[in-house]
Every structure is written in structure tokens, then in C-alpha cells.
Design a protein around this ligand. Structure first.
Ligand SMILES: Cc1cc2nc3c(=O)[nH]c(=O)nc-3n(C[C@H](O)[C@H](O)[C@H](O)COP(=O)(O)O)c2cc1C
Length: 361
């Protein structure tokens, strides 16, 4: 399925090495001002150009809005937007047609769709498809922002290096700190060690994964749908759609399994006329609904599959086992690029739930 969402419907189109990638957004209320500059800024956070540690693939990623905006406002039509794929090198992928790359979708996709499957650049399994997610999320953040909801993601860990992140800091401050580092981590000391770890992996012809954390502040209490469409279910559904995502946890997450109830339960207290909790192990969610405390979600990103060293694979045509060397341009760590994507899917899920529950627009 290339679509997600009930009220805010997001449909991705394009492939990695086709003419374009983009998104169709349905369900946006008419007459809302949408900043295309803000969307472009988010696209720039995703693309590798200008990132010292990232791939050499040169993409301009200029946003083109095809429909749905008139004089900068939503006009009731579906908002269609895309960016062109300009820097396409099919050669390295065509050579790999019969030898599935370890860690990539090649093998099961070829079984499912046959030898005709366009897997050049990863086809629809490519990280490039996340361009549409970023556009959807950027629009969602603008709408949520008008209701006082702020969404931010940042790098929490890369390989073995964990950031020491002060969770009491307001989001604008965390945003400023993250923007100052190449890897998008608000802890500058950890960020320097993360950069070094990525460089070391690159020198070894290897790659690293990491953890992206997203936070949403200012959520109205009660936002979310019970049971199947809980906040966790919706965000996890979208987060697991991001290529290379292998784990999702909320609040204390897997740590909760090792805690006692007396430790894990977040006690309530009054803050003026507002109810808040003393701790936030729940990550801002109880029963699938927002508590009004910061929503905290962490996403585990696996190490980049494409590594320059020889790897074992099979030849599907010759029925032999051989070595494959994956050429082309690849990031030794995609975590810094995944940050804005995780932010986007968090915002997209929250906007859909907000519209469904009547909290927005
Ligand atoms: C923004 C982004 C960029 C990516 N870039 C690369 C890349 O350059 N090289 C690579 O091997 N994988 C990259 N990936 C991950 C692969 O697309 C993904 O691991 C692969 O398609 C297999 O899917 P799976 O890991 O979800 O099972 C990227 C993912 C994202 C989100």
C-alpha cells in the first residue's frame, strides 16, 4: 500500500530512479496558508548535499507543487507535490540484477514482482521515497503548530555513541542545539564522537546505525483513538514504513519491562489548573490517548546495507554462490538523514488523529 491515514491521507508515488518522487495529500482543510519555504527547509534537512559525512549523490530536491495550493493557501483540491530525480546512475544496479544485495529488498522483491521489478536504486524500497513523507510531515507540522503542537526529532545515538540529552529542555532549545551539529544531535560532545565513529566506519568500508528520538509537545489531552488506532499504533505503523527502521519504542519503552509498577507509574499532580505527571515513563500516552505530557518516541535505524566491502550472495540465474561488491553512492550512516523523516511521520500521524478526534483544524 502506498497510502496512509484516514482523514489526512498521504499517498506516495515515484521510484528511486524514475523521473520524480512525491506525494499526494488529501483531507487538508481549505483556505489554510502553507509555507513552501518551510517544506523546502525540511527537504534540505533530508538530502545529503552539504552534509560532510553523507553520500556524494547530488540531488537538488527542489520542491514543485503541482496542485492544491492557490496563492499559498490550500484550495480544497488534493495537494500534489514532487521533486525531480536528477542524479540517476542505473549502471551499478543493473549489474546486480541476478545477485541480490545483502540487507536490501532485492531478493524478496524479485520473488514477489519478477525479473521486471524496477529495483534500480532500490526502486520503491529506496530511502528516496521518504521525500514524500517529509513533504507530508512538513505540512502536518504547520497545521499542528497553529494548535500549539510542536514536533521535533533529533539523533539520540549513532553506533555505540549515546547522546546525553536533557529532556527538560524546551523543544526550541533542543532544535537550536541539534541544528548546530552535523549529525543532528543536541549534545555537542556526543555529536563530535558520533562524527568520528561514522568516519571510522567509512574508513573500514563499513556502516553504522543509530537511534532517532522524536518529541511532540503541546498535544491536547485525549488526542488519539482507542485500541487499534492508538497513538502508538499509528506512529509505529508509519515509522516502520521508513526503510531501515527496525524498532520503535515509546517513553520508557523496553526499559519498562524491567521496572516495577511503583517505579514506572507516573504520579499525577496539579500545575496551576493543569494536570501533569511527575515523571513521564508513559511517553505522553496512556490507553493510546495523549496525556498532555511530551510524547516521546524512539526509532532504531539499522546500519546502512550498502557497504563497499565484498559480501556473500547467490546468483539467481546461475544457481551459484558468489561475492558481490555494491558500488554506487551510499551514506556510511543514514541516521542524520532519517531524523527529519521520523519527525515527519510523527507529525503526520498526530495530524490524522487530531483531525479524526475533532481537535483540529
Ligand atoms: C533517508 C534514507 C536514506 C537511505 N539511504 C540508503 C543508502 O544510501 N544506502 C542503503 O544501503 N540504504 C539506504 N537506506 C535504507 C534502505 O532503503 C533500506 O535499508 C533497504 O531498502 C531495505 O529495507 P529495510 O531495511 O526496511 O528492510 C536509506 C533509508 C532512508 C530512510
Amino acid at each position: 500500500m502506498m497510502s496512509f491515514g484516514q482523514r489526512y491521507r498521504v499517498t506516495l508515488f515515484g521510484t528511486s530512479h524514475g523521473p520524480e518522487v512525491g506525494v499526494v495529500l488529501e483531507g487538508l482543510p481549505s483556505g489554510l496558508a502553507v509555507s513552501t519555504e518551510a517544506i523546502q527547509t525540511d527537504l534540505d534537512r533530508r538530502r545529503p548535499v552539504g552534509r560532510r559525512l553523507a553520500t556524494k549523490r547530488q540531488e537538488d530536491d527542489r520542491l514543485v507543487v503541482d496542485s492544491g495550493l492557490t496563492d499559498g493557501r490550500t484550495d480544497g483540491h488534493a495537494l500534489r507535490a514532487h521533486v525531480a530525480n536528477e542524479d540517476v546512475q542505473r549502471g551499478p544496479y543493473d549489474r546486480l540484477r541476478d545477485t541480490p544485495r545483502p540487507g536490501h529488498a532485492d531478493f524478496p522483491a524479485r520473488h514477489r514482482y519478477g525479473a521486471e521489478a524496477d529495483l534500480s536504486g532500490g526502486g520503491i524500497f529506496s530511502g528516496r521515497m521518504t521525500v514524500g513523507l517529509v513533504i507530508a510531515g512538513s505540512v502536518a507540522k504547520q497545521l499542528l503548530g497553529r494548535r500549539g503542537v510542536d514536533v521535533l526529532a533529533y539523533t539520540r545515538a549513532i553506533g555505540p555513541v549515546e547522546g546525553d540529552i536533557d529532556e527538560t529542555l524546551p523543544l526550541p532549545e533542543l532544535r537550536r542545539r541539534s541544528e548546530r551539529t552535523e549529525v543532528g544531535c543536541p549534545d555537542p560532545r556526543a555529536a563530535a564522537r558520533m562524527e568520528a565513529a561514522i568516519q571510522e566506519a567509512r574508513r573500514d568500508g563499513d556502516s553504522l546505525g543509530g537511534v532517532v528520538e522524536a518529541r511532540a509537545d503541546g498535544l491536547p489531552v485525549g488526542l488519539g483513538e482507542p485500541f487499534f488506532d492508538s497513538i502508538e499504533s499509528e506512529i509505529a505503523h508509519l515509522a516502520f514504513s521508513i526503510p531501515a527502521v527496525k524498532g520503535v519504542e515509546f517513553g520508557a519503552g523496553f526499559r519498562a519491562a524491567r521496572m516495577r509498577g511503583s517505579e514506572h507509574n507516573d504520579p499525577f499532580r496539579w500545575n496551576g489548573d493543569r494536570v501533569e505527571t511527575v515523571t513521564n515513563h508513559a511517553g505522553g500516552i496512556l490507553g493510546g490517548l495523549a496525556t498532555g505530557m511530551p510524547l516521546v518516541v524512539r526509532v532504531a535505524v539499522k546500519p546502512t546495507s550498502s557497504i563497499p566491502r565484498p559480501q556473500r550472495t547467490v546468483n539467481l540465474a546461475r544457481h551459484t554462490e558468489e561475492e558481490v561488491v555494491v558500488t554506487g553512492r551510499h551514506d556510511p550512516c543514514i541516521v542524520p538523514r532519517a531524523v527529519v523523516v521520523v519527525e515527519a511521520v510523527t507529525a503526520t500521524s498526530l495530524l490524522d488523529l487530531g483531525l479524526r478526534g475533532g481537535f483540529l483544524p
